[in-house]
Design a protein around this ligand. Structure first.
Ligand code: HEM
Length: 397
């Protein structure tokens, strides 16, 4: 019932390529066809190539951590590169080193757009359209960054298309080929290259900082309760007998799964999801919701409701173990309904494999130089991030 995200606003239209991306697009036939196509592409890639792509990035991350040789480092950038490489490999068959200028340009541009669009200057423009008639440096920068983003993505997609063989197992390959098959919706709206372009932006924005922030939170919480880390390691060691895990091993690794679920509960990295709009008069829990009301789902609130969770603010993965009293059915870190996170399956495989690989090979410890444990309160923005901290990744014997 609550389908539309709020994109009638002018700045939203600019950022979303005229409403042609999924996260900000309105609930139209065109939007549904677009989402269906991207969903099919992700589904196919989850079955065909995703596992291998993530394994490769997890092993690369392992090498990066080994190379630090137990020095105290902030791992946030390495996590961002690992998560981003999963998406860029799937989207245009490319992976980057963190020092690559191309990668830095892509991320600085996407991060600037998210930050500028979330700024109060831009909200003021949407609330008081007359302000658009006056010079506004923030708005001018937003326009410039959107143009830069579009030029970068276009170049990547053109490079990809100019390769002789377009691989249908890669997302973009599937999307491009899918355009021929699904081009027209029931009502005749056309899906074009612009939709592939905007889907790539959606996947890059939706799939990079979220996964990276989640990994960074997990290491921070593990420093606070080292025994959880020891329990996960012990489980990995005994169940897997030395080999690296596959996603299909998850049911045999309840301790690891409980850690992942507890982190998704405690720090849903998109704490307020994406604004939705009621497409018709409705009600929630007995409250009348008129058509067009914008609804902001408070996922963080739902995950900390004392009526549902005991000690909601405590880090207690064991609550999800048998007899622990909590059910994963009450979790909603990926939102819900028609706007459910498109990358939910991709994210779940990533969180599982990255965490398993990291905890199998490293013990994360507080550096002696750090006086105190990481601050767990977080920095609020579109993505909920942990404050910067340093950690030592000590290789397991
Ligand atoms: C820890 C990892 C992640 C979390 C917690 C997360 C969470 C979310 C949430 C809460 C939403 C909004 C849902 C709503 O409004 O009801 C969302 C939307 C979205 N996410 Fe994720 N996400 C994650 C990873 C990913 C990944 C890896 C991708 C891409 C492969 C992705 C792509 C998207 C897209 C495209 C949307 C917009 C969907 C729409 O508006 O229809 N996300 N995500």
């Amino acid at each position: 019932m609550y389908h539309d995200s709020d994109s009638t606003l002018e700045t939203g239209n600019i950022v979303s390529g005229g409403g042609r991306n999924i996260s900000l697009g309105d609930y139209t036939e065109e939007w549904r066809a677009h989402r269906r196509l991207v969903h099919s592409a992700l589904h196919r890639c989850c079955q065909q190539s995703l596992h291998g792509v993530i394994e490769r990035q997890a092993l690369h991350l392992r090498k990066v951590l080994m190379d630090y040789q137990e020095t105290a480092v902030d791992l946030s950038e390495d996590f961002t590169v690992a998560a981003s490489n999963v998406i860029t490999t799937l989207a245009f068959g490319k992976e980057y080193d963190k020092t690559t200028p191309e990668l830095q340009e892509l991320h600085s541009c996407l991060n600037d757009i998210v930050a500028l669009w979330g700024s109060s200057w831009i909200s003021a423009l949407d609330s008081f359209p007359l302000l658009r008639k006056m010079p506004n440096p923030v708005f001018a920068r937003l326009l410039k960054e959107v143009a830069r983003r579009d030029a970068i993505i276009k170049q990547h997609l053109n490079n990809y298309k100019s390769q002789n063989k377009i691989n249908e197992d890669a997302i973009t390959g599937f999307l491009l080929q899918g355009l021929d098959k699904h081009q027209s919706t029931e009502h005749g709206e056309l899906l074009t290259d612009v939709h592939v372009h905007m889907a790539t932006v959606d996947l890059l924005i939706g799939g990079t900082e979220t996964t990276a922030a989640w990994l960074n939170w997990t290491v921070a919480f593990l420093l606070h309760r080292p025994e959880v880390q020891a329990n996960v390691y012990e489980e990995l060691r005994t169940v897997l007998e030395g080999r690296y895990p596959k996603y299909s091993d998850r049911h045999r690794l309840p301790v690891l799964s409980s850690l992942i679920n507890e982190m998704l509960r405690l720090r849903p990295v998109a704490p307020l999801a994406i604004p939705h709009r009621a497409i018709r008069d409705s009600s929630i829990a007995g409250y009348f919701i008129p058509k067009n009301t914008v609804i902001i789902p408070n996922l963080f609130g739902a995950h900390h409701d004392p009526a549902v969770w005991s000690e909601p603010y405590s880090f207690k993965p064991e609550r999800f173990l048998e007899g622990g009293g909590s059910s994963t059915r009450l979790l909603m870190p990926f939102g819900g309904g028609a706007r459910l996170c498109l990358g939910e399956t991709v994210a779940k495989i990533e969180l599982f494999l990255f965490t398993a690989y990291l905890l199998r090979d490293f013990q994360f410890v507080l550096p002696q130089s750090e006086g105190s444990l990481p601050d767990l309160r977080g920095v609020a923005s579109v993505v909920l991030k942990v404050k910067a901290y340093k950690v030592v990744a000590r290789p397991r014997p």
